[in-house]
Design a protein around this ligand. Sequence first.
Ligand SMILES: *Cc1c(COP(=O)(O)O)cnc(C)c1O
Length: 491
Amino acid sequence: MAGRTREQRLIEDDRRYLWHPFTQMAEWAREEPLVVERAEGCHLIDIRGRRYLDGVSSLWVNLHGHRHPRLDRALRTQLDRVAHSTLLGLSHPPAIELARALVRLAPRGLTRCFFSDNGSTAVEVALKMAFQYWQHRRAPRRRRFVAFSDAYHGDTLGAVSVGGISLFHQVYSPLLFDVLRVPGPYCYRCPLKLSYPGCGMACLELVEETLRRHRQEVAGLILEPLVQGAGGMLVQPPGYLRAVRDLCTKYGILLIADEVAVGFGRTGKMFACEHEGVTPDLLCLAKGITGGYLPLAATLTTEAVYEAFLGPYPQLRTFFHGHSYTGNPLACAVALANLEIFRHERVLQRVQSRIAAWSAGLDGFRELAHVGEVRQRGLIAGIELVRDRESREPYPLEAQVGIRVARVAREGRVILRPLGNVIVLMPPLAISPRQLTTLLRVSREAIRRVTEEDAGWLPGDGPVSASPHEMRGRSPRTGSHSPLRPRTRRR
Ligand SMILES: *Cc1c(COP(=O)(O)O)cnc(C)c1O
């Protein structure tokens, strides 16, 4: 078609050829997509040259900002050597060096590192390892897994089986293996209708009950330490992780810690398990492992698990798992540079003051009429919006309250990606104090506007689904004093 600008062509072709993940494509087509062309530090820049603050670290992966010189350099240097060579039957320096570095950094006792490509496969690897471990240990009945409600471990079928978010996973249930489900610590909506701290973490008694009753059949228990991410940034009470570790030890069950979201500094320590002095039997890492540059994952385990897989080949103790791009050299080289940045820039020390400012800034959200709970751990935050604060009545799904907040925040040049009614804020660790202020200001104002001013869209209260264009048309509220209007661009 003649006369189309490059931007128009890209947008049309996006609608025509792409199928976006976790996206209702019928709705996608109605809105103009934001097409990111470049990035700098904590900003994404679209094809029209507009700059947006990356408020969710490009879906929880970015740590040190985009185009960090050290990461860029590591990638280019490795590119001059080899882009890819396999770990099946061969080895290469970046994988060797990264495995060593991760083992040295990980909680004590984790001594072996198995690479894969993403968080879901890191979880698949852990599940298969745990299962096969017991086969080799002559406890073949131990083949079930214990997992929590609201857990999220990825989108491949094993990971979905242990996942506990019915909204995403219900439709696949006929394909999944059976899991022993225990109530997770969603204290704001306690499954036991108790309240913390008076409850004394009574939910753990149910976990123990399950472990005790099924100890002969359980291979492992999987959890997201400190924060259940995709379940809504559900923050666990202090001591919870430690208590789960102790229960697993007591009943001889392997503990699988899924640190795909919380690893690499997000909680203020390198790994979330460190907060409670816990060593899991298997540790799943991905997302931040390359600083948000390339797909890579690792499953770390103990010498005890590893040794169960040793033996003469015909005994078939081999771990039969591997992907074409397992331990890709480019990704490993960037991951090594990521760890160097942590050391070199003293990231974990520097992030502490950022976290303090963050907690203080988040307090401002608690005053909003429709904020039910503000949950925070390190630089992770989840703000749960409710239709009624008193009764904690949630907004109905069709209100799309989170999506609306993200849409308004985008007008203020901040990128957010909500989880249902929970607004997620997860900036890169490198976010500057000023950018942090902007992120808090714009998201708070977006929440206020959607929940307090634009409430007419609520089902039953007004037009059920105004299209984004109508929305935009009837809410020209970005006045000259609007906190949503981006400040004059710096730099
Ligand atoms: C994102 C995530 C996964 C899945 O990782 P992918 O790289 O998206 O496959 C697994 N577990 C947790 C806790 C996650 O947040």
